[in-house]
Design a protein around this ligand. Sequence first.
Ligand SMILES: Nc1ncnc2c1ncn2[C@@H]1O[C@H](COP(=O)(O)OP(=O)(O)OP(=O)(O)O)[C@@H](O)[C@H]1O
Ligand SMILES: [Mg+2]
Length: 259
Amino acid sequence: MSSPKAPVLPEELDKICRRMRLPYLRKAAPDVLATARAQRWDPAEVLRVLLSEEVSGRDSATRRQRRKTANFPTGKTFSSWLPEESTIPEPTQNALSTLEWVGRHENLVVAGASGTGKSHFVEALAHSAIENDLRVSWFTLESLANTIGKAKADGSIARAVARICSCDLIVCDDIGMLPVGPEAAEAFYRVIDAAYERRSIAVTSNIHPSSLGRGLRRRRRRRRDDRPPRPPRRGHRPQRRQLPAQEPRPRPRPRRRHN
Ligand SMILES: Nc1ncnc2c1ncn2[C@@H]1O[C@H](COP(=O)(O)OP(=O)(O)OP(=O)(O)O)[C@@H](O)[C@H]1O
Ligand SMILES: [Mg+2]
C-alpha cells in the first residue's frame, strides 16, 4: 500500500517560496505541513523544521559545488581507504584526519614509493575537508603551471594566485613524477609563497622531502635574472621599528572617596 500523497502547497505560498529563493523549503513543505497537521505540531516547530530543510539543502549544494571546483582526480574518500594497509602509522593518519593542521595553516608532505596510496590518502583528507565546510583546490604541478601560465598571458597572475589561496587547503599531487620545467617551478613558488602561514598546502611525491626542493632550486638559480620580484612575506618576521622616545607616563591621580 502506498502512503497518501501530501497535498500540494497553496499557490500563494509556492509563489512566495520561489520569490524568496527557498527551493529546499518549498520542496519539503507539503510533507512537513501534512505531518504537522496530523501530529498537531507547535507552529514554532513547523517553522524550525522548514527552515532547517532550507539550511541543510543549501549546505549540501555548497559542498557539491566545492567538490566540483576542487577538481578531484578520482573521487576516492576514506570510505574505500584501508588504514592498516598503509605505511603511514595509524596514529598519524588519525591525527591528520582531524584536519586540525589545516586550521593551524600547517603543510603536509606525503612521500613514498609509487602506488602506496599517497594520492588516495590526500584526496580522502581533501574530501573530508569539504565535508567540514572548508574549501579545497587540487592541482598537479602541470595543472598549476597551466593555471598560472594562462593568468600570466592576460596579466592576472596576482588574481589567480589570490583565487587559489582563497582555499583553505591547496593540494599539489605527484610532484617529482615528471621533470620540473621553469614555468611549473615558478607557479609552485608563487603559490607556496602566497600561502605561507595563511593556508595549508599538501604535497604528494615519490621523492624524499629532503630532495624535494633540489630540482626547483636548480632551475631557479639558473634563472636568477629573469625571475619575478619576490613579493614581501606577510607575517613572516616583524620588522623592528625604532619608536620615538617617550615622556614618562603621568601617574593617575588617586581618586577621592565620597562617603
Ligand atoms: N591503504 C589503502 N587503502 C585503500 N586503497 C589503497 C591503499 N593504498 C593504496 N590504495 C590503492 O592503490 C592504488 C594506488 O594508490 P595511489 O594512486 O593513491 O598511489 P600513489 O602513492 O599516489 O602512487 P603514485 O606515486 O604513482 O602517484 C589506488 O587504487 C588506491 O586506491
Ligand atoms: Mg599519486
